[in-house]
Design a protein around this ligand. Sequence first.
Ligand code: IFM
Length: 439
Amino acid sequence: MKHRRSDFPEGFLFGTATSSYQIEGHAQGGAGRTHWDDFAATPGNVVRAENGARACDHYNRYAEDLDLVAAAGFDCYRFSTSWARVMPDGRSVNPEGLDFYDRLTDAMLERGIKPCVTLYHWELPSALADQGGWRNRDIADWFAEYTSVIMGRIGDRMYSVATINEPWCVAWLSHFEGHHAPGLRDIRATARAMHHVLLAHGRATQVMRDMGLSNLGAVFNFEWATPADDSAAAAEAAALHDGYYNRWFLGGVFKGAYPENVLEGLGPHLPANWQDDFPVIQTPVDWCGLNYYTRKVIAPNDGAWPGLHGVEGPLPKTFMDWEIYPDGLYQFLTRTARDYTADLPLIVTENGMASADVIHAGRIDDPQRITYVEAHLDAVQRALAEGVPVQGYFIWSLMDNYEWALGYEKRFGLVHVDFDTLVRTPKASYHALAAALKA
Ligand code: IFM
């Protein structure tokens, strides 16, 4: 790799990220059924109907996995706790689940790794989905209760805490586009989920403040929107995509306001008195996390609101068919600081690429992943040079895992996983990063 740790400011943190349902093996340890189990069991939703029942069996192999994190020289490990493992029916506690996260935390600390937890990375207990899930305002209280239970057990040893990973996926992707659990395509459900996900973030942050915890953050996924041509209509469509994908969440948490262009569509479907929730939604955080992968080229169409669609872009693509556009990361870092967060620390909490990695004679060569990471680290350095307070960079992901509706074939890992034998093999990108971090 062309970068070295020493090319970044003193104290800049490097980490790698995973999430519970994608790696743990959800069928073990008394975890409850989740809406992802239900979604995957419904024909047509997930490639080969794959689910997270076994995944990478991290539940049993976490020591080996954390050895890999430590051996690469990462400062931090970003993991998530599963609501359904800690509270199988969403309300009562599974002691085995708490014990697992307790062991996992201590195993990180024993290896000198900073634990960076995310409280929700999408495994909603089915029992709560039955009660309306993210459409039900009560979810903010349910999530606050879960937060106090899990943080009551491991909060004292966390380096940092994020509430909800990628609220756009939780709300829009899952309730408007139907691509993720619960698989709805309903504008009213979407509007409620878009609001309740931020309300739940705020309530959980309040709970943790009351517990005396610190270094609390919010994590958003951003996608840059490029107009398909020079027309005013394309510019308007791209601005709307930017509104519901990116600005809705930043606006809610940092300004106490939602974008007007998005309210034109979602406003009639929001719950009564939604504006009154902004004081909770705006509960101060200590940092803002950005997950960034790609951009989308946006064109207008004559359909119902939002009246736009993505079109094929000209740039090289990853195995997800996502265009590689590192400039978007630079744009988001500079824009977020300028328009929303000022001096608040920003952390790139996810960045990485899927490729069709294969083993040849025990080696996996993934030069495209090394190039991808280099290009995005260049973007971070450009933002740093302009004074943007970027404090860390996390690669998605430590190892190949369950890529949700796309099953197990989209490999994002620095470490290859054979899903038959569960053998882990570090890829060339892992070795390159290890050398860069030690240099
Ligand atoms: O695998 C996902 C992860 O769960 C959330 N962020 C994006 C990743 C790649 O799609």
